[in-house]
Design a protein around this ligand. Structure first.
Ligand SMILES: *[C@@H]1O[C@H](CO)[C@@H](O)[C@H](O)[C@H]1NC(C)=O
Ligand SMILES: *[C@@H]1O[C@H](CO)[C@@H](O)[C@H](O)[C@H]1NC(C)=O
Length: 343
């Protein structure tokens, strides 16, 4: 009898605790929702920002010569990862760059070349002359995408770090993703205050960066506030926090890109984003103030790349559902670009 009552009491207690925990979680959930919906999301801002992206797209005219619409360098590609730099390079071309150069390690080069005759591949990143071998191409490049398929080899990371510094001396816009962000986590001063840098961390990379720079854990609820803090701590470097919605900030403004995507997240999607961002950054920086309406060019470029990536995801998902891959998304770039920016 006593044991029966004991277990009844115990059961009741457990039930009460469970209800309390559930209510607490619900409360956090509701609070977080409130934050997501109310922070920095004026009605109609999606359309307004898409219009700014349309403004910076250079018109296609007969008068242009090859290279004018963008020559993009990709730093990445090693033995293990050859798909990522390829996706970034081909995305940049399909968005409208005229030339795309991949600077990768020696043994990644033949593999990347074999994927496509459209990309130029330089097997230099693991050489001791790697920095000079990339640097001599600087005059022929409008922007750099640093990180897709970079890997963690010490020599390669060291070369990459020096390349980041040299890009800044030349004022070349740089997009930093994947293991390029690992270089920044090791030494955030490498991009401190460089206003032509755009970082594109996913959730894990963002928290790593946040911990490295601010030496604290971030606020689980208010993503805008974390983003502003991190951007400001890095000297107002632009950061794209990829997620359920993409948040973009330059330390003063926060843009939210909520273009519809899908529930499917395939590996390589980030490379499509970074590659297209390389081109859009070049366009945004050369567009002029009257086209950008006083907004930081990095924000417009990033917004465009996020919207495009999400639209590609949406379209590819309609066709392939669960079987969708990044290659399927790449195949949608042309129609997605047209739908968002040219119609
Ligand atoms: C989230 O943070 C941003 C930026 O610091 C702030 O403007 C906003 O009011 C915050 N939202 C809430 C609900 O606290
Ligand atoms: C970054 O931007 C904020 C907000 O506009 C400004 O208060 C701050 O001085 C800027 N910091 C740097 C290093 O430019």
């Amino acid at each position: 009898m006593r044991t029966a009552r004991g277990s009844l009491l115990c059961g009741g207690l457990i039930a009460l605790v469970s209800i309390a925990v559930a209510l607490c979680c619900l409360r956090i959930e509701v609070l977080c929702r409130a934050f997501t919906f109310h922070s920095h999301r004026p009605v109609g801002s999606m359309e307004k920002n898409l219009q700014l992206v349309r403004n910076i797209i250079p018109p296609l005219t007969e008068k242009k010569h090859k290279g004018q619409d963008g020559k993009i360098g990709i730093i990445g590609g090693c033995t293990e990862y050859t798909g990522a730099p390829y996706f970034a390079a081909i995305a940049s071309l399909k968005v409208g760059a005229d030339l795309s150069h991949v600077f990768c390690t020696k043994d990644a080069a033949p593999v990347i070349k074999s994927y496509s005759p459209n990309v130029i591949v330089h097997p230099v990143l693991d050489l001791s002359s790697g920095v000079e071998d990339v640097e001599k191409w600087f005059p022929a490049l409008h922007s750099m995408v640093i990180g897709p398929g970079l890997g963690r080899d010490e020599k390669v990371l060291q070369n990459t770090k020096v390349i980041m510094e040299k890009c800044q001396k030349q004022g070349i816009p740089i997009v930093i993703d994947a293991d390029g962000l690992w270089v920044v986590v090791q030494d955030p001063s490498v991009i401190q205050g460089y206003h032509k840098a755009i970082l594109t961390p996913n959730v894990v990379e963002f928290s790593r960066l946040y911990n490295a720079v601010l030496k604290s854990h971030y606020n689980e609820c208010n993503h805008s506030s974390n983003l502003l803090q991190l951007s400001q701590a890095l000297g107002n470097v632009t950061i794209v926090q990829k997620g359920e919605k993409d948040l973009i900030s330059d330390g003063s403004t926060v843009l939210v890109c909520s273009q519809q995507g899908s529930g499917r997240r395939c590996g390589g999607q980030g490379d499509l984003l970074s590659g297209s961002l390389g081109v859009l950054a070049h366009w945004a920086f050369t567009a002029g103030d009257e086209k950008t309406d006083g907004l930081n060019p990095t924000l417009i470029a990033a917004f465009g790349a996020c919207a495009l990536t999400r639209q590609c995801n949406h379209q590819a998902f309609q066709k392939h559902r669960r079987a969708m891959t990044t290659s399927d998304m790449i195949a949608e770039i042309s129609t997605a670009f047209n739908k968002l920016f040219e119609s």
